[in-house]
Ligand binder design. Structure first.
Ligand SMILES: C[S@@+](CC[C@H](N)C(=O)[O-])C[C@H]1O[C@@H](n2cnc3c(N)ncnc32)[C@H](O)[C@@H]1O
Length: 264
């Protein structure tokens, strides 16, 4: 269901939060690093530059994403798998999960389990979009209701930074949680661009629109697309050559407690 080529549109904008996240992981020489929901793998490969001595693994449930990732070659072991089934080995010092856990309703329980199972002094770094109340998603849900697919569109699948901080502090971790709203200036496209085109729509096709596309037949999908594009043009008008698209993201970096002296 994931299309790596469509997902890679706006790759630079999607990559920036990953680097902002990983920059807050304060370890110099982890033994093993795992990227959960690694997608097409480019960002996972960048971890080899940050931690050249680490054993790197990327896991994703989409066979198409894993096929793209494996095709890069290089120092990462990519494999298909569901993050819900993953359990940390004792040498995993860093877990990264970027733009994935919003698709996993039970991710709060997983985060707590991972923090409890990771070795003392390990790092868990996650980023999820926090834009489910933004006009893009409000309009998506409104148009979705008209096409009978409203049930597929999640209202608030993620928490705010304070929610995750409370959850993981209670699980015994030291937490650094924050949010950032990036202002993406997306190229507006040629003047008079056809009905059914808008840069925010093209962005959403890579992620939030996938379940809708999968549920509708081709005619209904094309008409849904055109209707949403009209609504998005009102909410995100072009100013000159760009459409300004604010995008809120939620970040959490948790560190598990160090082993107490004398207990190791
Ligand atoms: C928005 S992409 C993010 C990819 C990559 N982390 C990045 O930052 O570019 C979300 C990824 O999560 C994966 N995913 C969603 N649910 C998953 C699950 N339960 N287990 C493993 N991967 C999952 C999808 O296949 C997709 O590749």
């Amino acid at each position: 269901m994931w299309d790596p080529a469509v997902y890679r549109r706006y790759g630079a904008e999607r990559a920036r939060p990953f680097f902002d996240l990983v920059a807050r992981v304060g370890t110099g020489s982890p033994r093993a690093v795992v990227d959960l929901g690694c997608g097409p793998g480019e960002l996972t490969l960048s971890l080899a530059e940050r931690w050249p001595g680490a054993r790197l693994t990327g896991i994703d449930s989409s066979p198409d994403m894993i096929a793209k990732a494996v095709a890069h070659g290089g120092p990462v072991e990519f494999r298909a798998g569901d993050v819900r089934d993953w359990r940390p080995g004792r040498d995993v010092d860093v877990v990264v999960t970027n733009a994935t856990l919003q698709w996993v309703p039970e991710h709060r329980e997983l985060l707590v389990r991972w923090v409890r199972e990771l070795a003392p002094g390990s790092w868990l770094a996650m980023q999820v979009p926090g834009n489910f109340g933004a006009p893009s998603h409000v309009l998506l849900r409104a148009v979705g209701e008209r096409y009978g697919v409203g049930g597929l569109l999640r209202e608030a699948p993620v928490d705010d930074p304070a929610g995750y901080a409370a959850l993981l502090t209670a699980a015994g971790a030291t937490v650094d949680a924050w949010e950032t709203t990036y202002l993406h200036l997306l190229p507006a496209g040629p003047e008079g661009e056809g009905e059914g085109e808008h840069p925010v729509l093209r962005w959403m096709e890579g992620t939030a629109l996938r379940p809708v596309k999968a549920a509708l037949d081709e005619n209904a999908w094309q008409s849904f697309r055109a209707e949403l594009a009209r609504e998005l043009s009102g909410a995100y008008p072009a100013t000159g050559a760009h459409v300004a698209f604010p995008f809120r993201r939620v970040f959490v970096v948790a560190r598990t407690a160090e082993e107490e002296e004398g207990t190791g």
